[in-house]
Design a protein around this ligand. Structure first.
Ligand code: OAD
Length: 254
């Protein structure tokens, strides 16, 4: 996409905004080599469904399978580096009076690109806790262990109660922290511009945020490789890789 192709009204909206909210999904980390949820899983995990592994029931049924899957993802994240999209969002925070960054991602690539106060609505791979008593568990330094046979890895035990340690992410069927969600809804409803990047917009309640902004009369711009459920809510739909579109867009505006 050429920088000159951006709608001047979008550039003006960026320049005039006092409060910008950026909402990201798995697509923002795709160019760092982290597979999205809608991608077919590859390699060792090709016969598994990422959604089916992301439930409390799946963990209770087979903790080693689910822990092995999350440790595999955490190993990929630790080996990955932030990409141009993460960096462009971190730099944007220095160009606008107020920027809130809300993500569905459980990786730490936004932080490693320099973003501060990232609101992780779906939790984090890096903050596991006990499944039974909820006590935070300190992961050992360095790369995760290689799962036995390539996949299954028994979770560590909680030092306080002996329960199995679970990933610190929000699973299907679980509620996300109320205060975080309320703050996200408030931020979107009061933003001057919401920038939605790399999310399919199918997992609720986060998928509701762009509509909340629109109903409050706010403008919404989406960056996505492909059409998404959010297209009809957005004033602008920019098709392309986030790592190319965001630097071009922000470079054009500032
Ligand atoms: P998805 O995997 O559902 O969607 C990724 C989106 O990113 C798709 O719309 C792609 O078209 C787009 N995309 C891929 N590569 C891109 C790129 N380089 N640049 C721009 N866009 C790109 O991921 P999410 O919407 O984040 O929840 O998924 C939402 C939630 O569903 C996740 O947080 C997770 C998952 O199940 C839980 O685990 C609770």
């Amino acid at each position: 996409m050429l920088a000159t192709e951006f709608d001047p009204a979008l550039i003006a909206a960026l320049q005039e905004a006092d409060k910008i909210v950026v909402l990201t999904g798995a697509g923002v980390s795709a160019e760092s080599g982290i597979p999205t949820f809608r991608d077919a899983l590859t390699g060792l995990w090709r016969n598994f469904d990422a959604q089916a592994l992301a439930t409390p029931e799946a963990f209770q049924r087979d903790p080693a399978l689910v822990w092995g899957w999350y440790e595999w993802r955490r190993a990929r994240v630790l080996a990955a580096r932030p990409n141009a999209a993460h960096r462009a969002i971190a730099a944007l925070a220095h160009r606008v009076p107020q920027l809130s960054l809300i993500t569905q991602n459980v990786d730490d690539l936004h932080e490693r690109a320099g973003s501060r106060d990232v609101r992780h609505l779906h939790g984090s791979l890096h903050h596991p806790r006990c499944f039974d008593c909820g006590l935070a568990f300190a992961l050992p330094e360095g790369r995760p262990e290689e799962p036995e046979g390539g996949r299954r890895l028994p979770p560590p035990r909680c030092p306080a109660c002996g329960g199995p340690v679970r990933p610190g992410v929000v699973w299907f069927g679980e509620a996300m922290p109320r205060d975080l969600l309320d703050a996200a809804f408030d931020a979107c409803a009061s933003s001057d511009l919401l920038i939605v990047v790399g999310t399919s917009g199918v997992v609720y309640p986060v998928a509701e945020l762009p509509a909340v902004a629109k109903r409050a009369g706010r403008r919404v711009v989406q960056v996505n490789l492909a059409p998404s459920e959010l297209d009809r809510v957005c004033s602008w739909n920019l098709r392309g890789e986030a790592g190319k579109v965001l630097p071009a867009l922000f470079g054009n505006a500032f």
